[in-house]
Design a binder for this molecule. Structure first.
Ligand code: NAD
Length: 293
């Protein structure tokens, strides 16, 4: 397929490289990053998208996505598909889709899970909002960049699925880490804690697949001095998006709100920026119970 790719950062570069390596004709643009091997450099976002069947975007946030959408939609032909893989707020995803539709362009929001490793290996999971026809049309691209694409419903629903998943992930990581820190203080060995919980009703992905305790469970960022992995500030971004969405639809999410506050303190005041989100364990391990709650 003829593909434009805008946003060639940590995630976008390997995704675009994989598309080119699979034989797709890819033109790429980024305001700062290098164009990866096999991708033709375009002079602007509009130039990368012009005349392409699909324009993929992989950008930092909803504000930038809206700006780029304003640039590329007029350059795209009727029937072309704008495929946004960034993680953004539901509102921006729906507004960009509406803007595209009014110009005869189809829009999909398709945020991913799997991180930089998944982008490099072509094993991402896509959570997709938009029309079934458009999803079918871009399936060959999902097949190269990922291992699974779930159609979640109309525009915005991909972002909704992503932030609900990551709200669970952030809260579960905190629960797992505070339990490990409590176990430490109760004199329980971390390996014993893992052996029990990973096979008991407290098990979770954060315990079983991404254990925050170094040397325990399968290899994870904890075994590499908490180098990300999935950085704490990206977890904070997704938690904030969950709270923005909850606010917009008047949903009560007390645990999500609490997790957002804890990651905000960790990233902004406690040196957590640049560390994996599982570095919540040494954070709890170094603390005592607050005086009054
Ligand atoms: P990144 O900052 O490495 O890449 C974003 C790129 O967009 C940068 O290279 C930047 O120069 C470029 N950019 C910014 N404004 C632009 C513009 N106007 N035109 C063209 N390019 C522009 O971020 P990333 O880690 O690649 O993440 C991209 C998206 O994927 C984010 O929404 C993030 O939340 C999401 N995501 C990231 C991960 C991860 O592990 N890194 C995992 C899942 C989802």
């Amino acid at each position: 397929m003829k593909v434009g790719f805008i946003g060639l950062g940590n995630m976008g570069a390997p995704m675009a490289r994989n598309l080119a390596a699979a034989g797709h004709d890819v033109a790429g643009f980024d305001i700062a990053a290098q164009v990866p091997e096999g991708v033709d450099a375009a002079a602007s976002a509009a130039a990368a998208a012009a005349g392409r069947e699909v324009a993929v975007t992989m950008l930092p946030d909803g504000g930038i996505l809206r700006e780029v959408a304003d640039e590329i939609i007029p350059a795209m032909g009727p029937g072309a598909i704008m495929l946004d893989c960034s993680t953004v707020d539901v509102e921006s995803a729906r507004s960009v889709a509406e803007r595209a539709r009014s110009a005869g362009v189809q829009a999909l929001d398709a945020p991913v899970s799997g991180g930089i490793g998944g982008a490099e290996a072509g094993t991402l999971t896509f959570m997709v909002g938009g029309s079934g026809d458009a999803v079918k049309a871009v399936m060959p691209l999902f097949d190269v960049m990922g291992q699974k694409a779930v159609h979640c419903g109309p525009s915005g629903n991909g972002q909704a699925a992503k932030i609900c998943n990551n709200m669970i992930l952030g809260a579960t990581m905190i629960a797992t880490c505070e339990a490990f820190a409590l176990a430490d203080k109760l004199g329980l060995d971390r390996q014993a804690m893992y052996d029990v919980v990973s096979t008991s009703s407290g098990y979770s992905w954060t315990m079983n697949a991404y254990c925050p305790a170094p040397g325990v469970g399968p290899a994870s960022p904890a075994d590499n001095d908490y180098q990300p992995g999935f950085a704490a500030e990206l977890m904070l971004k997704d938690l904030r998006l969950s709270q923005q969405a909850a606010e917009a639809v008047d949903a009560d999410t007390p645990i999500g709100a609490c997790a957002t506050g804890i990651y905000a303190a960790f990233v902004e005041d406690e040196g957590g920026r640049g560390k994996d989100f599982s570095a919540m364990l040494p954070r709890f391990a170094a603390r005592n119970r607050p005086a009054a709650r």
